[in-house]
Design a protein around this ligand. Structure first.
Ligand SMILES: Nc1ncnc2c1ncn2[C@@H]1O[C@H](COP(=O)(O)OP(=O)(O)OP(=O)(O)O)[C@@H](O)[C@H]1O
Length: 262
């Protein structure tokens, strides 16, 4: 088990993300990121700063407006969707899943990129599914229907599906929305453990800045249409959080590493 992040897995060069074709609506520009194997990175920023837009673009679900994304040195747009699904898994909160599926069935869907057209699971597929259930502590719930899960359990099941997909990169959009503090912390700890133990590159968007400051390896802060990537300590030192929220109501207290209200 290694704890030092190693080689670069996902990088961007002067990436601009946003919407529109004839008339471009750029949300974030000049994005230069470097995500490494074994690291747990979170993306933060106020509502509408572009977290989901950037995450979807990194996942290849949305075209960049400018610039490039590289996966292990290869341009992402040169990979076909089958290859991409072996390399990147995505957990979206808005993802429509049939809640009638059991946890086991949901997690098994993670093996789709590997199974033949009949969808028959091999022994290797079954072992990966079992490992994903074990890593997310869902073995006891595997026969339960997804509609009968709590929000926290459902998030863990979605993470398990991504784990079963066994990709180098896992991208998650706000996996802790609706969870209480205890379950938020347990999801973030789980993601960090997976990054470390399985040398995955994990990026998730969140509004829980205070929590991830003490848990993640690096943050990507979206602010004023730019993206800044660094360690929590360096970002705090640079005073990045001080002006994150508009107006003067909310400010960041460096000593307690907390946001306070004036
Ligand atoms: N399909 C779309 N077409 C055009 N503009 C969009 C579309 N989706 C989002 N936007 C705009 O892009 C900007 C960034 O939105 P995005 O959802 O990426 O922000 P976010 O940081 O994830 O926000 P939140 O914290 O509220 O989830 C917003 O101004 C939003 O209105």
């Amino acid at each position: 088990m290694s704890s030092t992040p190693k080689h670069s897995v996902l990088t961007t060069k002067n990436l601009a993300v946003g919407y529109g074709k004839a008339e471009k609506e750029t949300v974030v520009n000049t994005i230069n990121l470097e995500l490494k194997a074994g690291s747990f990175v979170t993306m933060v920023g106020i509502n509408g700063s572009g977290k989901s837009t950037l995450l979807r673009t990194l996942a290849g679900l949305q075209e960049p407006l400018e610039g490039e994304i590289f996966l292990e040195g290869k341009p992402l747009n040169q990979l076909d969707s089958a290859t991409k699904s072996l390399k990147i898994s995505v957990v979206l909160t808005s993802q429509v899943i049939s809640k009638n599926l059991t946890v086991l069935e949901l997690v098994s869907l993670g093996r789709q990129p590997y199974t033949n057209w009949l969808g028959k699971l091999t022994e290797e597929d079954k072992a990966e599914i079992q490992a994903a259930l074990a890593a997310t502590e869902l073995e006891n719930l595997k026969h339960k229907a997804c509609y009968a899960l709590s929000d926290g359990q459902l998030q863990r099941a979605l993470i398990a599906r991504a784990l079963a997909q066994n990709t180098e990169v896992i991208l998650l959009d706000e996996p802790t929305t609706h969870l209480d503090l205890h379950h938020k912390a347990s999801i973030f700890s789980l993601l960090k453990k997976i990054a470390r133990q399985q040398q995955k590159t994990i990026l998730c968007t969140t509004h829980d800045i205070e929590l991830v400051l003490s848990l993640c390896d690096e943050l990507i802060v979206l602010h004023n249409n730019t993206a800044i990537q660094n360690t929590p300590e360096a970002l705090i030192e640079q005073g990045i959080f001080e002006n994150l929220f508009p107006g003067i109501n909310v400010y960041f207290d460096k000593t307690s590493r907390r946001f306070l209200i004036r």
